[in-house]
Write a new protein. Structure first.
Length: 364
């Protein structure tokens, strides 16, 4: 069992930190009552939550001396998980005008350090050790989603500061917590997201932020309340292909932390969550103009990724220079690890079928 009092007792939480208590209580209760974690899972989840709270408090203290300011305009890549969002995100990160949060910065953002300094190298090394532990517990995860300390990563690792992140559902069967995520006001999560980018901009204000997280899909209104000038690239792929891939990735992660996994139950809960997220997106996107919201196809990304990026930049009136195109071509030619390794999965493994998925998820 995860002891709430022991976690809270390790931190001095002032009234300004009380907004996370609902998420905290639902998450811990779900982990204790529903997740069926093994010993490694219990220790890993407890460590993660403590680390996230520690980072949250550090960020909060930083704003005792800092005024929160508007951050640089973001381009946000959204879409169902396993729909090409990571490939497009990594491809666009080859543009030096795009700045994305790096894994080591999310793992331990404060105090701010230069990555090339002794303290910076030490912090990156600690992130490397965290990832090495992950590789031992989940040995095949890099085949599905490679993570490196000095590489851009997605925003689910930022929203953990508010304990409003689907990361925890990927780690363990937490249906009550997933229901909370699906129905809660995510303003708190994006408030901490904005604070985090503010912190990073203290050292280096980028031309643009490049952000990515599939769970942004149904939260356009909350995002725009903090980033009113945001541009969205929505990549779509046949949900009957994405859903079993999402489930397969989730199951792979959970095998390191759980005693057993009910694959069919996982399929049902995963479909329900992304159905609601997609429905919210279909409704909210109607208020956005084509200049700020571009929907693209996974097949176009795979067939001609450079041409697709050119279309994206043209739509958002961003200049694409020859050096950036060259860098992107090099990335495509090298081929990502995700593209080289065949990921085997089937809807039927998770109690789903094509007609069922297509009836639940469609794109407007």
């Amino acid at each position: 069992m995860i002891d709430k009092s022991k976690i809270l007792g390790a931190f001095e939480l002032e009234n300004s930190q009380a907004d996370f208590f609902q998420a905290f209580n639902i998450l811990i209760d779900s982990l204790n009552e529903e997740a069926n974690l093994n010993l490694v899972g219990l220790k890993a989840v407890e460590y993660q939550i403590k680390q996230h709270l520690r980072n949250r408090i550090d960020i909060s203290k930083a704003f005792e001396k800092k005024v929160e300011e508007k951050v640089s305009k973001p381009i946000i890549v959204i879409g169902l998980p396993r729909s090409g969002t990571t490939f497009l995100f990594n491809l666009m990160s080859r543009d030096q005008g795009n700045r994305s949060p790096l894994f080591w910065e999310m793992n331990k953002p404060l105090p701010l350090v230069n990555s090339k300094s002794l303290r910076g190298r030490s912090r990156i090394l600690k992130s490397d050790l965290t990832l090495a532990f992950k590789d031992r517990i989940i040995p095949k995860l890099d085949d599905l989603h490679a993570i490196k300390s000095n590489s851009p990563e997605e925003c689910l690792l930022i929203k953990v500061f508010a304990l409003q992140s689907i990361l925890y559902f990927y780690m363990a069967n937490t249906p009550s917590y997933l229901d909370y995520l699906s129905n809660c006001d995510t303003t708190m999560g994006y408030s901490w997201h904005h604070k985090f980018l503010n912190i990073l901009e203290t050292r280096d204000k980028p031309q643009r932020w490049l952000l990515k997280d599939p769970s942004h899909l149904g939260n356009l209104e909350e995002i725009l309340s903090f980033y009113p000038d945001a541009s969205f690239v929505h990549i779509t792929r046949d949900p009957a292909e994405t859903l079993p891939s999402i489930c397969s990735l989730t199951a792979q992660v959970r095998r390191g932390f759980s005693r057993d996994i009910d694959l069919k139950d996982l399929g049902i809960k995963t479909l329900k969550f992304w159905e609601k997220s997609n429905n919210k997106n279909n409704a909210q996107r109607q208020n956005l103009s084509d200049k700020n919201y571009l929907q693209v196809k996974y097949t176009d990304l795979i067939d001609d990724p450079i041409n697709l990026v050119k279309d994206i930049y043209k739509n958002f009136s961003i200049q694409l220079d020859d050096l950036t195109v060259s860098n992107m071509k090099s990335y495509v030619e090298e081929g990502s690890k995700e593209a080289r390794i065949k990921h085997k999965y089937a809807l039927e493994d998770y109690g789903l079928n094509k007609s069922q998925v297509h009836n639940k998820i469609s794109y407007s």
